[in-house]
Design a protein around this ligand. Sequence first.
Ligand SMILES: NC(=O)c1ccc[n+]([C@@H]2O[C@H](COP(=O)([O-])OP(=O)(O)OC[C@H]3O[C@@H](n4cnc5c(N)ncnc54)[C@H](OP(=O)(O)O)[C@@H]3O)[C@@H](O)[C@H]2O)c1
Length: 275
Amino acid sequence: MTIAGRLVLVTGASSGIGAATARAVARRGGRVLLLARRQSVLEEVANAIRSSGGEARVYGVDLADASAVADTVRSLERDVGVPDVLVNNAGAGRWLWMEETSPEEAVQMMASPYFGAFNITRAILPAMLRRRSGHIVNITSPAGFVVWPGAVAYSVARWAMRGFSEALRAELRGTGVRVTLFTSGLVSSPYFAHNPGGEDRVPGIARLFRTLTPDEVAAAIVRAVERQPREVIIPPLLKLTIRVHRVIPGPVEWAVLKTSAARTATASRQPGSST
Ligand SMILES: NC(=O)c1ccc[n+]([C@@H]2O[C@H](COP(=O)([O-])OP(=O)(O)OC[C@H]3O[C@@H](n4cnc5c(N)ncnc54)[C@H](OP(=O)(O)O)[C@@H]3O)[C@@H](O)[C@H]2O)c1
């Protein structure tokens, strides 16, 4: 798909990968719709796009709120029409051991990314189906394939994004609406600023994979929009590791667990706290 002139909706566009994707799409001539909760921050990203000659519109919404999402989709369809591409990128969540995770926070972690992606896809899909074209790109993490200790609710929410992509692709077969599952390794975004102590729990094996910049990930998302593959995994060594894990899981799981944070007497402390 050629991006120039296409309407591309990016969730989580106020920061990191989403903001970089919005900029990259606009550079290719795409018309960008930016969604996230912090409208003023979205406006800053959109203003930068407009001042470089791009087209951008901003919609502030909490994707966990299904009826607010439905209202937002109605207004954006009224304003500019049906998006050609939906990039489900918004996501949050701390890396916590099971006993550190309150039931409320476990629900929140499912809300963003998974229920947010569900809500907006559900709101946009009928129009894509009527038009018999569209592309949904779901962003997830390697935790959606291979888990490590100390991030239970985070991992489950990333598996949900993978399951959602597979289930949606099966349902949309023959409709003209395509689904891509996009997985990136570590990215130097503000994500870990909201996830104190998280970086200490990155398994040592992940240090073998190069940390990517948001702009590098955005460039790969743009390629995925142009080519519409069923799956993208970057960087290449992570792709190889995930492919090997599918065939022979044991050695990869051993290497991940061997290089992960060990459970200690202090595991039940909140990460980042000094007490
Ligand atoms: N950073 C990494 O190493 C990495 C690696 C692989 C995959 N990922 C995935 O990539 C995605 C983006 O991560 P990032 O690194 O760019 O993180 P980030 O800089 O923290 O950005 C997260 C974005 O999600 C938005 N968001 C969160 N909850 C939302 C909600 N309920 N409703 C609407 N928007 C919401 C935030 O906007 P507001 O706060 O303004 O709402 C923000 O724009 C996430 O799904 C993450 O799991 C990240």
